[in-house]
Design a protein around this ligand. Structure first.
Ligand SMILES: C[S@@+](CC[C@H](N)C(=O)[O-])C[C@H]1O[C@@H](n2cnc3c(N)ncnc32)[C@H](O)[C@@H]1O
Length: 311
């Protein structure tokens, strides 16, 4: 291969459309409508102008199909969010008799209520309510799915420092999207893998929100493995972006049969330790900033209520 061609290959991964990629995995899917219903409860988003949209519900179909195909024993999910990804992976485990466990990590606790755009199953109306994962999961998740989910509350770095689960063979990286965070979650996934591993990244893009993943793919993945960029967000048949050409954003899927060797190639042991150390220092600072921000907001709200009572 000429160096020009190989350079191009390293810059941009092979691009595939989600529907065609999922079909190539050759697994039987539940009716697609069921993903939309679960997504409406756990992944709906609202724009500033108050309109609602189905934000990358295709990731659920993709995760379901990848789990059904690769039958992982131990999944790490960085970033539970409202749980659409975890639930779709657990759904596949339950449907395909896979005895796996999904360790899903988020700094937000499952009982914390926050603004949650939702269309409840059976309803046509979208609205924003204060809900927690507990509130919603107990309505939409089957108990046979919940057996596969282990919720871990904490920041990625702190949680992974004390991880003592089984070797990881599948990871979904979807927490912090800056390069520092994505690289940490990637290194930790490889570090805890023994045999082969498949890793799916969300949010690869040349726009701000996806630059972290893009940099990681360019520097730490493409030179060693062959990543596939899968166009997902609203690309399923009938989706509003189905025919929009865009070779530069989507989700990235990569597999390796020798994760430890891959890790050793990306950085030497000393620089890996340094990267992890720096990440954890940054994470501590980030956590303190979030805590102080929350405390300041609480003081501000209390003062405002006192003033309103007095007037
Ligand atoms: C995009 S959402 C995850 C969506 C989910 N994977 C899905 O498919 O529905 C990102 C989540 O990552 C969490 N998060 C971001 N940075 C984190 C960190 N450093 N440690 C733990 N959780 C983090 C946020 O709280 C947020 O809930």
């Amino acid at each position: 291969m000429s160096s020009v061609v190989s350079n191009i290959k390293h810059k941009h991964p092979e691009v595939r459309q989600v529907r065609e990629f999922v079909q190539s995995l050759n697994v039987e899917l539940p009716p697609i409508e069921e993903f939309w219903t679960l997504g409406d409860a756990t992944a709906l988003r609202v724009r500033h102008d108050g309109t609602f949209f189905r934000s990358n519900y295709e990731r659920g179909i993709l995760l379901y199909a990848l789990v059904a195909k690769h039958r992982p024993n131990t999944v790490l999910e960085f970033g539970t969010g409202r749980g659409y990804g975890s639930l779709c992976m657990a759904w596949a485990m339950s449907d395909f008799g896979i005895k796996g466990i999904i360790h899903t990590i988020d700094m937000v606790s499952p009982s914390k209520r926050f603004k949650w755009p939702i269309i409840w199953p059976g309803s046509d109306e979208a609205n924003v309510r204060y809900l927690s994962r507990h509130d919603v999961w107990q309505e939409v998740a089957k108990s046979s799915w919940m057996e596969h989910i282990d919720n871990i509350v904490g920041f990625s770095g702190a949680v992974m420092q004390s991880y003592s689960g089984n070797p990881v063979d599948f990871a979904f990286i979807d927490a912090g999207h800056g390069y520092r965070s994505v690289r940490h979650d990637f290194i930790m996934s490889l570090y805890h893998a023994t045999g082969s591993i498949g890793i799916l990244f969300d949010d690869y893009s040349t726009e701000d929100w996806g630059l972290g993943t893009q940099k990681l793919v360019k520097e730490d993945i493409s030179p060693y493995c062959s990543p596939i960029l899968i166009q997902t967000d609203r690309r399923w048949s009938g989706g509003e972006k189905e025919h929009l050409p865009d070779d530069y954003s989507g989700m990235v899927w990569v597999k390796s049969d020798s994760p430890k060797q891959w890790l050793a190639k990306t950085n030497n042991a000393f620089s890996l330790l340094l990267i992890l150390y720096r990440y954890r220092v940054w994470e501590t600072y980030y956590r303190l900033r979030l805590n102080w921000g929350a405390k300041l907001r609480a003081v501000f709200v209390n003062n405002k209520m006192d003033t309103e009572k007095k007037s």
